[in-house]
Every structure is written in structure tokens, then in C-alpha cells.
Write a protein that binds this ligand. Structure first.
Ligand code: PRP
Length: 217
């Protein structure tokens, strides 16, 4: 049988996911010693890990070249969901927030507001839910610059510790959504390899529950 292929978001989520696999007793030496290799066997070889950028994890899972993926809810909200989202992995916690210059009321006045974001779809959906027209400008990184340069009235961005906002004279005005890492599954794989996928997902869920118990006890 072909190994199950799981696409992991490179970086912070990768570390937490590998730690979770190790809790399940899987040997992740190949991931630790990866060099520049991008497809890596883990455990007894029945699982292959593919390292990718967040949006590419979704592309690979949607196209079925990876059976499963680990990706942040932020990327899922921005890029659609033609796959199953089966498990909240509990790590990679942060939130989407509307933020703007400290002490300034974003909603005051009648002029159309401009909001910068790396997540234009999430931003549009948020303001549509308020029946409010805003101009959305897509920025690729360091979105906090947009209000500082006078390009936008506010931003919709990821806030984790809040220090980037603080250090730039910005503050959260409103939480848009809570975010954490999710396990996603290709729809065909879910049918064809149901048992293997459900067994892996159940084991992951159990390990997460155990961790939660340790944290709260
Ligand atoms: C994210 C986000 C904020 C920062 C928030 O950026 O866009 O800039 O982290 O974290 P904090 O609340 O702990 O300060 P990231 O580091 O992912 O880089 P980016 O600017 O390229 O998106």
C-alpha cells in the first residue's frame, strides 16, 4: 500500500505537528535531518510528510496529491474549503483582528474606510457580515505598515502576542476570528483510505486531549 501523504505547513506549525507525531511514537528522524529534501518518510514508512507553504498545503490536499494536511484556520478561511476539516489540533493559536491607530475610533465618520490585509477574502467577508462597504487593499507582508504610511485606516491581520501592534502604535479594535491549526483531508482519500485516516486522526485527537489534561490539572 502507498504511504499516506500528509502536507505540513513549514515553520512553526511543522514543529508542533512533528512533536505531536513523536508523541504517537512515530520516528521523525528524517524530518529533523531533512536538509533540503521535501518528501520525508516518518514512523514505519506508512506515512510520508511533505513540507509546503500554507496555501500550497491546501492546493495539494484539494488536488489529492496529499491525502491529509496540517494548516492554519487563517489559510483555510482565506482559501476556501474543498476538503474535509476533521480536527482542531489546538496549537498555532492566534486570532484574526481588526486593528488600527491607538485611540482612534475606526467606525467614526461617514467616509468609506480603507483596510489593508494579507487576507482580502477574510476582510471582505468580515465587513460584508456587518453590511459595511470598505475598500480592501492586499498587502503581502508587514501589513502594520499600511496605516503607519497613511495607506489605510486599519488592517485585518493575525495577532498572536500583540507586540507587533504595540510597537507600532496600533491596537486591536475587534476580534474577527479565533485561529488554530487544523487537520484537513482530501475528499476522495477520506472514502478510499477511511480506516487509516480515521485511525490516525483518532490517535492525534487522543494525544491532544491528554496534553490538555496535563495543562489544566
Ligand atoms: C504575523 C502577523 C503579525 C505578527 C503578529 O506576521 O502578520 O505581523 O505575526 O504577531 P504578534 O502579535 O506576536 O506580534 P509574520 O511574522 O507571520 O510575518 P508577515 O508579516 O510576513 O506576515
Amino acid at each position: 500500500m502507498k504511504p499516506l501523504r500528509i502536507a505540513l505547513t513549514k515553520g512553526r506549525l511543522e514543529k508542533d505537528t512533528v512533536a505531536l507525531f513523536e508523541k504517537l511514537g512515530m520516528d521523525c528522524t528524517a524530518v529533523h535531518n531533512k536538509g533540503r529534501q521535501l518528501i520525508l518518510p516518518i514512523g514505519d514508512g506508512s506515512i510520508e510528510v511533505v513540507l509546503a507553504k500554507a496555501a500550497d498545503v491546501i492546493t495539494y490536499v484539494e488536488h489529492g496529491v496529499c491525502d491529509l494536511g496540517v494548516v492554519g484556520k487563517d489559510t483555510i478561511m482565506e482559501n476556501g474549503s474543498r476538503f474535509y476539516e476533521v480536527l482542531d489540533l489546538g496549537f498555532g493559536k492566534c486570532r484574526f483582528a481588526l486593528a488600527g491607530p491607538k485611540g482612534k475610533d475606526f467606525y467614526e465618520g461617514f467616509s468609506e474606510k480603507t483596510v489593508a490585509s494579507k487576507y482580502p477574502n477574510v476582510t471582505r467577508a468580515f465587513f460584508e457580515s456587518k453590511a459595511m462597504d470598505v475598500r480592501v487593499i492586499k498587502i503581502e507582508g508587514s501589513v502594520e505598515l499600511a496605516p503607519l504610511l497613511g495607506l489605510s485606516d486599519a488592517i485585518v491581520d493575525i495577532v498572536e502576542t500583540g507586540s507587533t501592534l504595540r510597537e507600532n502604535g496600533l491596537e486591536v479594535k475587534e476580534t474577527v476570528a479565533d485561529i488554530s491549526a487544523r487537520l484537513i483531508v482530501n475528499t476522495a482519500s477520506m472514502k478510499l483510505r477511511k480506516q487509516e485516516i480515521e485511525s490516525l486522526s483518532a490517535k492525534m485527537e487522543e494525544a491532544i486531549r491528554k496534553d490538555l489534561k496535563v495543562e489544566t490539572s
